[in-house]
Design a protein around this ligand. Structure first.
Ligand SMILES: Cc1cc2nc3c(=O)[nH]c(=O)nc-3n(C[C@H](O)[C@H](O)[C@H](O)COP(=O)(O)OP(=O)(O)OC[C@H]3O[C@@H](n4cnc5c(N)ncnc54)[C@H](O)[C@@H]3O)c2cc1C
Length: 417
């Protein structure tokens, strides 16, 4: 058995990373163990707090979260408290600024950014690299793509922006230096943007094609390690505001967030182990005393004083649903509240669309007490020192609400406390 940790966080998505940073920076010896990367690498890299209530777009995400919390006592925002959401957003912004990847927005204004398809997408905090994309701004948009980067569709984005009442057009380029590459991976392109000679060659191609007063949208690959520098340099060379629009996964902006958390955690003395599923645990009956993780060589036990379980929901493998549609939490076997009925069937076939169109569903997840401790079958805390956070919690519909990162940060911060 390894030397003990004050806290072990299982999962390295927004919830787990936030919980770990909160605890480690409060002086707790913290270990993060995760099977792999979480939502950071899949989502937009923005912090959605609450985009919609009952299908209506909200103007003030934090205020709307307070309304939602009082209307739905089982919603994670009701459990964490909306004060926790406000603090978590602030803590997140400060952390990212310290890591050199600043965010804009205060949580009280819904920013409207173009989605990967050119629809208006409400969010609450955005990395500076996306801030000039706010669709409430008047400048026309020129969407720049690369014919050798397949995961981004400038013509479609521009067409949909036009449909939404925004002036937009598309320009296709060939990424300089990659003329013989048919299909560039996003990480390769992001690393190219980190380099000044690439940006210079690109600006030389693009500059003459820009019109006065336009702002320039690129796929969200403007640098992996030097995104701010790339942004400032391109704006200077092009003489126009520049911003990123999300692409298909992997999300470079989300990877920057993960890397920023990872740097901060390691600098504060935390240990981060990615690639190691937690496969077992030990208890003294009341408390979890150790977790077992799987490594290439052998299984390993880690003693701990407390655990934050942030393994995500069904999409991330924190909850599995068997062929009889019985849901199960994977690490502790905790009971899952299937707050949504199974998908309706049409002619005996399941109808996934109906699953998302139901009037008041929420995804299967864990019920927790006021301290975020998962409940056992009797309705009491399963273990005194086990806490849950993020998409693992029941009661929300993050896909429809656009609340994913807000819930993860607020509950991660509370659990880390
Ligand atoms: C493919 C995919 C697409 C998604 N699309 C959307 C979307 O469009 N809209 C939306 O609102 N939400 C979406 N989500 C969900 C979104 O990622 C989450 O709502 C949010 O990011 C949850 O963050 P989290 O930190 O709770 O968990 P996650 O970011 O899911 O992280 C879970 C972490 O737990 C780890 N883990 C899981 N099981 C174990 C284990 N046994 N041992 C150790 N580690 C473990 C994972 O490796 C990962 O690091 C998507 C998720 C996935 C996986």
């Amino acid at each position: 058995m390894s030397a003990g940790y004050d806290l072990i966080v299982v999962g390295a998505g927004y919830a787990g990373l936030m919980a770990a940073l909160t605890a480690q920076e409060a002086g707790r010896r913290t270990l993060v163990i995760a099977t792999g990367n979480g939502g950071t690498h899949l989502r937009t890299g923005c912090i959605d707090v609450l985009g919609y209530i009952d299908g209506k777009r909200v103007d003030d995400p934090v205020r709307a979260a307070a309304q939602l919390a009082s209307a739905r006592p089982t919603h994670p925002y009701a459990t964490t408290g909306v004060e926790a959401l406000g603090v978590a957003l602030l803590v997140f912004k400060q952390a990212m600024a310290r890591a050199g990847y600043p965010f804009e927005g205060d949580g009280h204004t819904a920013l409207l950014l173009p989605s990967a398809l050119g629809a208006a997408r409400p969010t609450a905090l955005v990395p500076r690299t996306m801030a000039a994309g706010d669709l409430r701004r008047p400048e026309p948009i020129v969407v720049v793509g690369f014919d050798n980067f397949k995961d981004f569709y400038p013509a479609l984005i521009a067409e949909n922006l036009e449909r939404g009442g925004h002036r937009a057009r598309a320009i296709m380029l060939t990424a300089p230096g990659f003329e013989h590459e048919a299909d560039l991976p996003p990480l390769t392109l992001a690393r190219a943007f980190d380099r000044a000679p690439f940006r210079s060659a690109l600006a030389a191609q693009l500059g003459p094609r820009l019109r006065s007063g336009e702002r320039v949208a690129f796929p969200a690959v403007l640098g992996l390690t030097a995104a701010l520098e790339a942004l400032a340099d391109l704006e200077k060379r092009l003489g126009a505001p520049v911003f990123e629009i999300p692409t298909l996964p992997p999300s470079i902006p989300g990877i920057r967030v993960f890397n920023a958390f990872d740097r901060l955690l390691r600098a504060a003395g935390a240990r981060v182990q990615i690639g190691h599923p937690v496969i077992g645990f030990k208890t003294d009956g009341l408390r979890v005393t150790a977790l077992t993780s799987q490594t290439a060589a052998r299984d390993r036990d880690w003693a701990c004083d407390a655990v934050v379980l942030a393994t995500g929901g069904v999409a991330s493998g924190g909850i599995v649903v068997d062929s009889h549609r019985v849901a199960r939490e994977v690490v502790f076997g905790l009971p899952v509240v299937a707050a949504v009925a199974p998908p309706e069937t049409v002619n005996g076939l399941s109808a996934p669309a109906a699953y998302f169109e139901r009037p008041t569903p929420s995804l299967p997840g864990l019920a927790v007490d006021a301290a975020l401790r998962p409940l056992d079958a009797t309705g009491t805390a399963a273990y005194l020192n086990l806490y849950a956070a993020g998409a693992l919690l029941t009661g929300a519909e993050p896909w429809r609400e656009k609340s994913s990162e807000g819930i993860s940060l607020a509950s991660g911060w509370r659990a880390g406390q």
